[in-house]
Design a protein around this ligand. Structure first.
Ligand code: HEC
Ligand code: HEC
Ligand code: HEC
Ligand code: HEC
Length: 108
């Protein structure tokens, strides 16, 4: 686990009330309460291509290759925000496979 994530986890334990984990909170607001817009955006401004934001996700969470089998299957093909759009997806949500695949597959 990276030092950046460890320090965020300690920070979150101190700074977050249980209400901050409400299921109807989107990922951007959830992360923003921990580190502000700057935790994902350089100077708080979105990049044109999403590369900077993808780097930030990986700095805290690890790379796709280091995560679950579902994540490993998409290594090198997608960014985190393709599935976890921070301003559109809520805490606890993730897309089902059939959002993109039409062959009945399920993940783990
Ligand atoms: C968890 C990381 C994360 C945090 C925190 C975050 N953003 Fe974002 N934001 C993204 C990503 C990734 C995108 C591009 C994909 C998308 O639109 O969801 C984005 C897109 C945007 C866009 C472009 C939206 C569009 O429709 O083109 C704006 C504006 C923005 N963010 C502003 C903010 C502001 C202001 C904050 C703080 C209140 C913030 N973001 C916090 C990750 C984050
Ligand atoms: C192809 C879609 C997809 C992409 C791309 C993706 N995820 Fe996920 N993510 C999921 C799904 C589906 C789940 C539900 C649990 C599972 O299948 O692993 C999930 C669960 C999670 C969770 C909560 C459960 C856990 O494993 O801790 C986190 C955190 C997470 N993803 C972070 C990320 C990050 C960070 C990236 C980029 C490095 C990423 N995801 C890229 C689909 C995706
Ligand atoms: C500064 C560190 C940091 C950055 C940057 C960051 N995260 Fe997180 N993220 C966390 C922490 C801490 C948690 C809460 C503990 C956990 O679930 O791992 C979390 C939780 C999550 C969860 C799980 C929420 C749930 O459903 O329980 C997802 C999904 C996620 N992050 C995706 C992303 C994506 C996508 C990006 C980049 C756009 C990103 N994170 C950037 C630190 C970070
Ligand atoms: C946001 C869109 C999206 C979601 C959601 C998604 N995938 Fe994918 N997946 C892709 C794309 C794009 C590729 C690369 C092109 C391809 O091979 O179809 C891919 C490739 C794969 C591959 C490797 C190639 C293959 O077809 O075997 C596996 C395995 C996979 N996905 C499994 C899953 C599983 C399991 C889930 C649900 C947990 C899932 N995907 C959800 C978009 C997605």
């Amino acid at each position: 686990m990276s030092n950046k994530l460890l320090s965020m986890l300690f920070g979150a334990a101190i700074a977050l009330s249980p209400a901050a984990f409400a299921a109807d909170q989107n990922l951007a607001d959830f992360h923003g309460e921990m580190g502000g817009c700057e935790s994902c955006h350089a100077n708080g401004e979105p990049s044109a291509d999403g590369a900077f934001e993808f780097e930030q996700c990986q700095a805290c969470h690890g790379t796709l290759a280091e995560m679950s089998a579902t994540h490993q299957a998409h290594d090198g093909m997608m960014t985190c925000a393709d599935c976890h759009a921070p301003h559109d997806m809520n805490v606890g949500q993730a897309p089902t496979c059939d959002a993109c695949h039409d062959d009945g597959r399920t993940g783990q």
